[in-house]
Every structure is written in C-alpha cells, then in structure tokens.
Design a protein around this ligand. Structure first.
Ligand code: ATP
Length: 199
C-alpha cells in the first residue's frame, strides 16, 4: 500500500483544486517559509479524521477553509481526498485503490466518503486501524512528536506499539463486547427482579 495522490480544494492556503501525485519511493516537498508545505501534511491528517483543531494549527475547525487573500475571496468549503494503492489488500476493503474524502462547509456541515460513497467518521477510523495510517497512527510524525513519545507516559507509548503490532482493532472490539456484556448483565438483573415480583 502506498499513497498515490492527495487532492485539495479550499483547504488552508490551497484555494484552487490541486492534485499531488506520488510514486512509489520517497517524495520531498520543498518551498519557502509559509508556502504551504506543512499544510499538505495537515491535509492528510485532516482527511484521516483529525478532530483536534490544535493538531491542525487552528483555532476552530472552520480555520481549515481557505480564508481569502487580497485578490481572492474566501471559499465556502474545504475538501481533501487521498488515494491509496491497495493492490496488496492491506486495507480490508475489496478495492485495488481506495479514495477517502472529507469535506467541511462553513455552515459546519461535514461529510466523509470512501470511494465516493458517504460514510461515517467511524468507518474511516476502522478502515485504518492497525495500519499505522489512522489519525492516531505513526505515519505522520509532526514536529516535537518524537520528544512527546520519548517523554510521554508508558500507557501512551504502549498505544503506539499496539498500533504497530496490529492489535488495536481487537482491543476495541473487546471493549465493545465487555460493554455489551455489562448491559446484558443489567438487563438480566432487571428480568430477575420482575420475576421475583411476579412470584
Ligand atoms: P514553514 O517552512 O515556515 O514551516 P510552510 O511552508 O510549512 O512554512 P505552512 O505552515 O504550511 O507553510 O503554511 C502557512 C501558510 O498557510 C500561511 O501563509 C497562512 O496564511 C496560510 N494559511 C493557513 N490557513 C489558511 C486559510 N484558512 N486560508 C488561507 N491561507 C491559510
């Protein structure tokens, strides 16, 4: 699996629709200060479902929408789509190529799509569990993140190893099952109470 392209429109400094094509191998993005290099990484973080505006270097989520310049009016929505080559089927979805899209309108409305079909944020998260790509993954190492990992709590570091070992999805499923079991236990208690009252 590898990143084939990123398409952005109205996201941060990218007012026009622009597509970055990547090929197998290493790609470097160079440019003067403030030209938008970090915005490319932010776009990837965002489309993967990042909800923490601080991680996106903004004050509110709407700050990711192009806010205009002297010559260009602000735009009403931001859109980012990443396309991944999935010919090795590392993503458990039956497509050779997977495109994940996120859109946000100034009104606050937002949408996620996987290969053009509307989906929930949860579906995007689940698609990337244990691949290292998700928003909690280690595929994007931001400035200062290495320091945070080294000086972080052991539990936080453990999360990173869990993701690399591919056990996050099992842990989440286990937590959901434990929660359901507890709910059923409560239901059973109620049924027993009712039965006792009837006897
Ligand atoms: P450096 O090399 O200094 O780290 P960089 O190339 O990584 O810089 P970025 O931080 O990606 O640059 O981009 C900063 C630019 O993006 C600034 O000029 C800022 O005005 C612009 N920008 C950020 N958000 C928006 C927005 N919502 N609308 C328009 N422009 C934006």
């Amino acid at each position: 699996m590898y990143l084939k392209s990123i398409e952005v429109q109205g996201f941060k400094s990218f007012a026009h629709k622009i597509k970055f094509d990547f090929h197998n191998g290493i790609t470097g993005i160079v440019g003067p200060n403030g030209s938008g290099k970090s915005n490319v990484a932010d776009a990837v973080r965002w489309v993967l479902g990042e909800q923490r505006v601080k991680q996106l270097r903004g004050g509110t989520m709407q700050d990711v929408i192009f806010s205009g310049t002297e010559n260009r009016k602000p735009l009403s929505y931001a859109s980012v789509a990443i396309t991944l080559d999935n010919s090795d089927h590392q993503l458990s979805i039956d497509f050779q190529e997977v495109t994940v899209t996120r859109k946000l309108y100034r009104s606050g409305e937002s949408e996620y799509l996987i290969n053009g079909s509307a989906c929930r944020l949860k579906d995007v998260n689940e698609l990337f569990y244990d691949t290292g790509i998700g928003k909690e993954g280690y595929s994007i190492i931001g400035q200062g993140q290495i320091d945070r990992i080294l000086s972080g709590k052991p539990e936080e570091r453990r999360e990173l190893f869990d993701e690399a070992a591919g056990i996050v999805k099992f842990k989440r499923r286990k937590n959901m099952s434990v929660k359901k079991l507890e709910e059923e236990r409560q239901n059973l208690l109620r049924v027993n109470d009712i039965l006792a009252e009837l006897e």
